[in-house]
Ligand binder design. Structure first.
Ligand code: FAD
Length: 317
């Protein structure tokens, strides 16, 4: 069969599409395959606020987070659809020594004294992506760059070497089964959407004893969260979780009391023991580049990982 692409990217979530865009910028002919329509992806469910949730203080993660932070700030300045910047107050119950490891990636982070029960608060600007709009924009970029985004389920990654010499495994939660990695696991998340009563500042309490609490105003609604449930894979709304999210978020931002509830969303984060896997593997038919296991930080690490995927995929070209 004639090779019609230089690279096939399996996955049209935020990880696959950002990689596809970077590959095209380097001159590669790219085809993206997706088993699911956009509305079914966890990338669409995501609150999609820059913050390296549940990631380790690993230099690679810091590097990916830094590159992504800078890219989203640039895109916000350029008016890319769906990209917003939010002043953020991160409330901390314990006054640590100095700034957390990820602060080096987040531009200007300042510390203020907190009011009980908070010991202090960190203030910084966080990019946020309204993912329905943003994923549309990414898909369009791939198409405008001469690529294709095709609805097709892949059973075996190695079969794709008949169509392209390089394959990127960006299949999210399904990536582990596709390449035999048993350490991939679902991490269930539930969020509540309410009308925006005029808020423009994000507030988060990652150390709340009843579960994380975050309030992220978008252009038309506000995302309230959250839940982080490793190993739980059902997509049924959990009324107890929803009540807890509303209770914690209203305590954080009392103005939300008048905001009508618009709905809720549930998604399965693609978790992985040891964190994201971004590495290349030489297979008998070609080069396989893995890019999966981003857990609760796929948006936060996306552009940094995309650069690395691109370098691995095109090495030696
Ligand atoms: C409630 C919630 C809130 C979140 N908030 C944030 C946040 O604030 N910040 C942040 O950074 N992250 C957040 N996340 C995490 C984020 O959603 C994920 O890390 C990210 O979306 C993972 O992207 P992905 O591209 O790897 O996976 P996905 O979006 O799942 O995309 C996987 C792609 O692979 C395709 N695929 C799978 N199997 C096959 C196959 N066999 N053949 C072909 N295609 C296949 C799918 O169809 C899809 O196109 C949140 C998640 C949840 C659930």
């Amino acid at each position: 069969m004639r090779m019609v692409a230089d690279v096939i990217v399996v996955g049209a979530g935020v990880v696959g599409l950002t990689a596809a865009v970077r590959l095209q910028e380097r001159g590669a002919r790219v085809t993206v395959l997706t088993a699911d329509p956009p509305e079914r992806l966890v990338s669409t469910v995501a609150a999609a606020v820059w913050y390296p949730t549940h990631t380790d203080a690993d230099p690679r993660v810091l590097d990916w987070a830094t590159v992504t932070y800078q890219e989203f700030r640039r895109q916000a300045g350029d008016g890319v659809p769906g990209v917003l910047l939010r002043r953020t107050r991160m409330l901390q119950r314990r006054a640590g020594d100095g700034l957390p490891w990820w602060a080096a990636a987040a531009g200007d982070v300042t510390v203020r004294d907190g009011t009980a029960p908070y010991a202090r608060e960190l203030r910084f600007v966080a990019p946020l992506a309204e993912m329905t709009t943003y994923l549309d924009w990414l898909r369009q970029r791939v198409v405008d760059g001469g690529g294709q985004v095709t609805h097709r389920r892949v059973d075996r990654l190695d079969d794709l070497f008949a169509e392209a010499p390089v394959v990127v495994n960006a299949a999210g939660l399904a990536a582990g089964a596709l390449c035999g990695d048993p350490t991939v696991l679902p991490i269930r998340g539930q969020i509540v959407l309410v009308a925006n009563p005029g808020l423009d500042e994000s507030v988060r309490d990652e150390e709340h004893p009843d579960g994380t609490a975050y309030v992220h105003p978008r252009s038309r609604d506000v995302v309230l969260g959250g839940s982080y449930q490793p190993g739980r894979a059902d997509l049924d709304p959990d009324p107890e979780l929803r009540a807890g999210i509303l209770r914690r978020c209203l305590a954080l931002v009392p103005e939300l009391a008048v905001a009508p509830v618009l709905g809720e969303r549930i998604g399965l984060r693609p978790g992985r023991e040891g964190g994201p896997r971004v590495e290349a593997e030489n297979r008998p038919g070609g080069r396989l580049v893995h890019a999966y296991g981003h857990g609760g930080a796929g948006m936060t690490l996306s552009w940094g990982c995309a650069d690395e995927v691109c370098a691995l995929a095109l090495a030696g070209r």
